[in-house]
Ligand binder design. Sequence first.
Ligand SMILES: Nc1ncnc2c1ncn2[C@@H]1O[C@H](COP(=O)(O)OP(=O)(O)OP(=O)(O)O)[C@@H](O)[C@H]1O
Ligand SMILES: [Mg+2]
Length: 93
Amino acid sequence: MAETTPLLELRGITKRFGAVRALNGVDFRVMPGEVVGLVGDNGAGKSTLVKVISGIHPADDGEYLWDGSAVSVNTPQDATGLGIATVYQDLAL
Ligand SMILES: Nc1ncnc2c1ncn2[C@@H]1O[C@H](COP(=O)(O)OP(=O)(O)OP(=O)(O)O)[C@@H](O)[C@H]1O
Ligand SMILES: [Mg+2]
């Protein structure tokens, strides 16, 4: 049987804030119809990863694939164009 293509796949994502390496070679994938929970310690980089996915903080390094194709997501508009929406915890937003 053919292997299903991930809807979202990140490979080797790195993000630095000055001397702080917030993300160091992160691999992450979401399959079609899958619900994924991202769990980690305070400061582990969860919010930064979501911001990379949603185009708020473009990655310094790594690959971003959408439905099997490499894409450039450098702005929130890029992510919105793919159909990616971010729902924030703060209801005031
Ligand atoms: N805009 C920023 N400028 C500088 N450093 C940042 C910035 N955003 C995040 N960091 C740093 O990157 C690291 C990862 O932070 P991030 O907020 O992604 O973690 P988190 O897993 O979401 O934490 P929490 O569980 O507290 O929400 C931390 O060391 C944090 O201080
Ligand atoms: Mg966070």
